[in-house]
Design a protein around this ligand. Structure first.
Ligand code: URA
Length: 223
């Protein structure tokens, strides 16, 4: 039933989250198919499509961003725009291959407001949208059961590590107390590096980002 919210409070989204849509024996393929029809919050009306996570089901590390951007919304794939290009290069510089990792977002529809030229401008998702979408991320993590989770930016970090978590204070630190994975780390969002005031700052921030990713590569390289 594309693009129609079921009537009445007893509809599948009555709880205000995507939980009722999550298949009982989920696989990544089943989750992706189910998420394509998600209307648990209102963002489906604005976005072109659900942008589900992608990567191998046996990935040992899951990277979690905030939400798809303009390009991701059009392509239906996470991190394929300018931030994704920076992310891919940083992964490579750290000795990681994008094809081996799973990449997803806390919120799976693009939230945008105004346009600048042809590009729609991203707007931060609110708590209601994050909560509505959370069952998809939890299901992805349950299917993959990664050894490591890396939160890219504050939205992902606060969703997974608590609202009081500060990336500025704790970036690059392995958190071992999370029920989600044996180790969880938060680092900056690649978009924040793109917003650096000049080349010098951008290079320095990129180098620091690569250092964080090298910690991931080091743990994955451990026997
Ligand atoms: N920013 C994100 O957080 N996720 C994407 O997929 C793209 C940009």
């Amino acid at each position: 039933m594309p693009n129609q919210r079921p009537p009445g409070p007893e509809g599948p989204f009555a709880e205000g989250t995507a939980a009722p849509l999550v298949p009982s024996r989920p696989t990544l393929a089943k989750l992706r198919t189910a998420a394509a029809d998600c209307k648990a919050c209102d963002l489906w009306e604005r976005g072109t499509q659900t942008v589900f996570g992608e990567g191998p089901k046996d990935a040992r590390v899951v990277f979690v961003g905030e939400q798809p951007g303009d390009r991701e919304d059009l392509m239906g794939r996470p991190f394929v725009g300018p931030a994704g290009a920076l992310f891919d290069n940083a992964l490579e510089a750290a000795g990681l291959d994008r094809r081996d990792v799973y990449v997803t977002n806390v919120v799976k529809h693009f939230k945008w407001t105004a346009t600048r030229g042809k590009r729609r401008l991203h707007e931060k998702p609110n708590q209601k949208e994050i909560t509505a979408c959370r069952p998809w991320l939890d299901a992805e993590l349950a299917v993959i059961a990664p050894k490591l989770i890396v939160c890219l930016g504050a939205t992902a970090a606060q969703a997974l590590l608590g609202r009081s978590f500060r990336v500025t204070e704790r970036r690059g630190e392995w958190i071992r107390s999370s029920p989600l994975a044996p180790r969880v780390m938060a680092t900056v969002h690649p978009s924040s590096i793109l917003r650096a005031p000049d080349d010098r700052a951008r290079h320095a921030q990129t180098a620091q980002f690569i250092e964080d990713l090298k910690k991931v590569a080091a743990v994955l390289g451990e026997k």
